[in-house]
Write a protein that binds this ligand. Structure first.
Ligand code: GDP
Ligand code: GDP
Length: 436
């Protein structure tokens, strides 16, 4: 399923990030102790009346040293490119400004639904300030107050009303969807071309998603694959494309629609901090992960080089210890044939379901081998375990008191599960719940 995307646009200081944070709320990430992963505050999922969607704060995408007006224009263009519904935010204390009119002009030209919000209407007396804003030509302005949390519900009602009526199911369940993420110039586009080779491919605009999402479908050895958002890798010459925040945004959107994420690293340059951050996104999203070291042709090597490089990867990406590493060259096509079978294997593991009785045998053996910890004289008691979800495999452990389940014991159980069932390439979630 692809979730609708909402973008907030408007000139600086109208309250975009305040409203973004209000809408998103304080979300707790799946994995809180991943080193080097900072949560991205310009893109997040949100929920209103049982509808989930993703929201972008375009104000957070700074576009270098461009003049202010250029930046605002670019942000509006990003919103048009990336979103299904746009929240056009203005400031009720300032009235309509020239910059607002500039944004309006750009939004007119798009065919995207626009909801006009007038922020900083902090009390009922100020409501009359909104009438000015009819002149912007987007219908009824919705008064809101970010600081006081007023009118947000009305705003979201209006936004949700514009969502595509039915969430379109994108692909059949047995199609493997994957994407390639990584810094610029690591060779993502070259890898896509090399993987596809002479293959007859179908490039499709996907119904129900933003117009810029272009996926590539192909079949190999009877298995159907989709490379998600190959358009995101193609440069269209827009100024904002080279900004880091924008590429992160693209990557997050692609990750979300994928089963398996290929984290591409450039062998020539080794691993840098940004690689870690990018890999963290895939892990946090709970997708299957394959680490692909590209440009393997370009480095001097002997029989030890590969092991040494892999060791470096393991040191840097400790949170991805489950991810297989593949060394390839898009240029010489070296070892490229290994890639799709690895993707297929990871995809299967990502969707694997373990029977409860087998799982509990493993659990009982594990407890016998390594007794549960105690804390303040209280011992953790584990009753049973069951797999409640796939993609990623998620296990609920019923215990006497979840507080007693320490990270290290959880990790021990995860390792026992991995040793028994495999699960190579996929993160696993373990959730402790009290047994009533
Ligand atoms: P952005 O640049 O559009 O993202 O704006 P911010 O969210 O950073 O807000 C700019 C300033 O306006 C901050 O000082 C906020 O505290 C303030 N602000 C945001 N919403 C409101 C509001 O509803 N009422 C008032 N009085 N101030 C607000
Ligand atoms: P992207 O920005 O990640 O999509 O990277 P590109 O696919 O555009 O590649 C960036 C540069 O690296 C181009 O000049 C490619 O020719 C080069 N390149 C890509 N893959 C390889 C490889 O396997 N070996 C070598 N030597 N160069 C490569």
């Amino acid at each position: 399923m692809s979730k609708p995307v909402v973008a907030i646009v408007g000139r600086p200081n109208v309250g975009k990030s305040t409203i973004f944070n209000r809408i998103v709320g304080e979300r707790i990430s799946i994995v809180e102790d991943v080193p080097g992963v900072t949560r991205d505050r310009i893109y997040s999922s949100a929920e209103w009346l049982n509808t989930t969607f993703n929201i972008i704060d375009t104000g957070g995408i700074d576009i270098g040293d461009e003049p202010l007006l250029t930046q605002i224009r670019q942000q509006a263009e990003i919103a048009i490119d990336e979103a299904d519904v746009i929240i056009f935010m203005t400031n009720g204390r300032d009235g309509v400004t020239a910059a607002d009119e500039e944004v309006a002009k750009i939004l007119y030209r798009s065919n995207k639904p626009v909801v006009l919000a007038v922020n900083k209407i902090d009390n009922p007396d100020m409501r009359e300030n909104i009438y000015d804003f009819y002149t912007l030509g987007f219908g009824e302005p919705i008064p809101i107050s970010g600081t006081h949390g007023l009118g947000i519900g009305d705003l979201l009602d209006a936004v949700v009303a514009h969502f595509p009526k039915r969430e379109t199911k994108e692909y059949d369940a047995d199609v493997i969807k994957f994407c390639l993420i990584g810094r610029p110039n690591v060779g993502k586009s070259s890898l896509v071309n090399a993987i596809l080779g002479e293959e007859r491919v179908i490039v499709s605009d996907i119904a129900g998603t933003t117009r810029d999402a272009i996926d590539t479908t192909f079949k190999r050895d009877g298995q159907e694959y989709v490379i998600i958002d190959t358009a995101g890798m193609r440069k269209r010459g827009k100024v904002y494309e080279s900004t880091e925040k924008y590429s992160v945004l693209r990557a997050l959107k692609a990750i979300e629609r994928s089963d398996v994420v290929l984290v591409v690293i450039n062998a020539e340059e080794g691993i840098i901090e940004q690689d870690k951050k990018i890999a963290g996104y895939a892990h946090e999203a709970g997708r299957g992960v394959v680490i692909v070291v590209n440009k393997w042709d370009a480095i001097e090597k002997d029989e030890k080089t590969m092991n040494e490089f892999e060791k470096k990867i393991r040191d840097h990406f400790q949170f991805l210890d489950y991810a297989p590493v593949v060394f390839v060259s898009a240029k010489t096509k070296q070892r490229l044939h290994k890639l799709l079978p690895v993707i297929q294997m990871v995809s299967e593991n990502h969707a694997m379901r373990v029977q409860t009785n087998v799982l509990n045998e493993v659990l009982m053996d594990a407890i016998a081998m390594n007794p549960t910890p105690t804390h303040n004289g209280q011992r953790l008691k584990i009753y049973y375990m069951t797999q409640v979800a796939v993609k990623p495999p998620t296990f609920v452990v019923f215990v006497n008191d979840p507080e007693l389940m320490h990270f290290s014991y959880e990790r021990f159980l995860e390792n026992r599960i991995r040793d028994t069932f495999g699960f190579e390439g996929t993160p696993i979630k373990i959730i402790a719940r009290p047994k009533n």
